[in-house]
Design a protein around this ligand. Structure first.
Ligand code: BES
Ligand code: MN
Ligand code: ZN
Length: 508
């Protein structure tokens, strides 16, 4: 049994920050704004320690910076943590979110058990409900550590991390509390998505993914059906089945159905389709050994779908949603599918396999077909599909492709709302022409130029009749270098916040 990860809990209190008995009291500071009243009075209590820091230049409150001060009993908290918000004119919700992640990140680094965050400056333009949600999500994001298989306790970390947001106005506190409830649900779900991604392939294989899905579904009154390899064969899901053929851990399709209790805003369900390759060795078209272990995270799309389903059930969103997770392990073996093979997919379309490492599209096309058969008219797939997408956009943004401009705009809005950025790339005829086959309907690889776009074009062939969007999240499995200031290495659980925002916006 792996050990429990740090349990993070966020709450709110109306309190005097000088009297809070916590391991750490944190405040955000602008580099160029006049001190807030609270900051001034804290500075006084600490005999001018904060202004002295600024004066000698050890802490200039640049965005992404932080410093600890020891209070020597001058206030109840053991330490004060100052984090930089940077210049006030550059303030935005992204910087506010990152600063709050940084607070949790630094506090956990010091093995703090209790943290208070003084909300004296706030997310620009946001109300306190929104602030509570953002800070709760950010605290979960920054406080997360993946150490469930570290048995040596030399890291000596606490099992719990209790965070209190502090404000001196009762009305604000009530709103914060409402926002925190939502933010905690999302933050916890995103962190569990990270854990699923961080778990190696010998722990999390397709059937185990299905077990986790069943457990989450049962706890949240979501229906869950799992097709094993026999059922996949009966249904003729030739994409998913063939990709999984080389592994002893056989493929699974996991179908989660969330139906709200009351009236739903949509009649035909929205489908979320996730790529869940629990390990992508490349198969017979084997990947190079360097960094191959990172391909345990090739199920990030599937994890995002599963945990989004949990979130919407917990939030009781009035919307019908079906989650479809295509889980397989891609390995070379005597039984593996081969370059040159022609597969008949669930849709009936045939595909010539030119590269067994272009497996994501082969498992997803069966998931997309399944979504259509379940009468979904809006279908969004999430997949770590191509290295080319990372080349195009770097690790800062996920690629977005769509056959419907309105749907693309909604996803762009959700990306802004959730600070999980996307950038639209072309879905157009030229790219579709490139993946048309010669001896089969389609081929699973075109040229190396624009491989993210021709990958998307391949998927589009299976969803012509419906509104469809494809999120290529290959660059968003783990943090960009710049994120390591406020979160740990490993999975970042991308997609949970984005898809949750999209679905939440659907019901407003
Ligand atoms: N899972 C990979 C894509 C990937 C690359 C994810 C880097 C995360 C980080 C995918 O299955 C793959 O191997 N794609 C190939 C497609 C090609 C053979 C058409 C690629 O990107 O090289
Ligand atoms: Mn691959
Ligand atoms: Zn892959």
């Amino acid at each position: 049994m792996p050990k429990q990860l740090i349990k993070i809990d966020v709450k709110v209190a109306k309190a005097d920050i000088m009297k809070l008995k916590v391991d750490c009291l944190a405040l955000g500071v602008y580099s160029d704004a006049k001190n807030s009243e609270i900051l001034d009075s804290l500075d006084k209590k600490l005999d001018g320690a904060i202004s002295r820091l600024k004066k000698i230049g050890d802490f200039k409150a640049a965005a992404g910076s932080s410093i600890f001060l020891y209070t020597h009993g001058k206030i109840a908290a053991e330490r004060v943590l100052l984090v930089g918000f940077g210049e006030i004119k550059k303030a935005c919700s992204e910087i506010f979110r990152q600063a709050n992640s940084k607070i949790a990140f630094e506090a956990v680094n010091l093995k703090a058990k209790s943290l208070a965050i003084c909300l004296h400056y706030n997310e620009p333009g946001a109300d306190f409900e929104r602030i509570g949600k953002t800070v709760a999500e950010a605290v979960h994001f920054g406080g997360y550590r993946y150490d469930e298989f570290v048995t040596q306790q030399e890291n000596g970390r606490s099992n719990t991390f209790s965070v209190t947001l502090v404000n001196d106005n009762q009305k604000n506190v009530a709103k914060l509390s409402k926002g925190i409830k939502v933010g905690q649900i999302i933050g916890k779900a995103q962190n569990f998505a990270r854990t699923l991604c961080n778990r190696p392939a010998n722990i999390l294989y397709p059937q185990e993914f299905a077990n986790q899905a069943k457990k989450i579904a049962a706890a949240n009154k979501i229906s869950c059906t799992v097709f094993d390899e026999k059922q996949l064969a009966r249904k003729k899901m030739g994409g998913l089945l063939n990709v999984g053929r080389g592994a002893t851990n056989k493929p699974r399709m996991i179908i989660l159905k969330y139906t709200p209790k009351g009236r739903a805003k949509n009649k035909e369900p929205i489908a979320l389709v996730g790529k869940a390759i629990t390990f992508d060795s490349g198969g017979i078209s084997l990947k190079p050994a360097t960094d191959m272990h990172e391909m345990k995270m090739d199920m990030t799309g599937g994890a995002a779908v599963l945990m989004t389903m949990e979130v919407i059930a917990k939030l009781k969103l009035p919307v019908n949603v079906i989650g479809i997770i295509c889980a397989a392990e891609n390995r070379p073996d005597g039984a593996s599918y081969l370059p040159g093979d022609i597969l008949t997919t669930f849709s009936g379309k045939t595909v010539e396999v030119l590269n067994t490492d272009a497996e994501g599209r082969l498992v997803l096309c069966d998931g997309l077909e399944q979504a259509k058969r379940l009468n979904c008219k809006t279908v969004i797939d999430v997949a770590t599909l191509t290295g080319a997408c990372v080349v195009a956009l770097g690790k800062h943004k996920a690629g977005l492709f769509s056959n419907n401009e309105k749907l693309a705009e909604k996803l762009e809005k959700a990306a802004k709302d959730s600070s999980e950025p996307v950038w639209q790339l072309p879905y157009e005829q030229e790219y579709i022409d490139e993946i048309k086959g010669k001896i089969a309907d389609l081929k699973n690889q075109a040229t190396r130029w624009g491989a993210a776009c021709n990958g998307a074009a391949f998927l589009g062939e299976f969803v012509k009749e419906v509104s469809w969007a494809h999120l290529d999240i290959a660059g968003k499995t783990d943090p960009a270098e710049s994120m390591l200031k406020y979160t740990t290495a490993g999975s970042i659980g991308f997609g949970v916040r984005l898809l949750t925002s999209f679905l939440t916006n659907e019901v407003i």
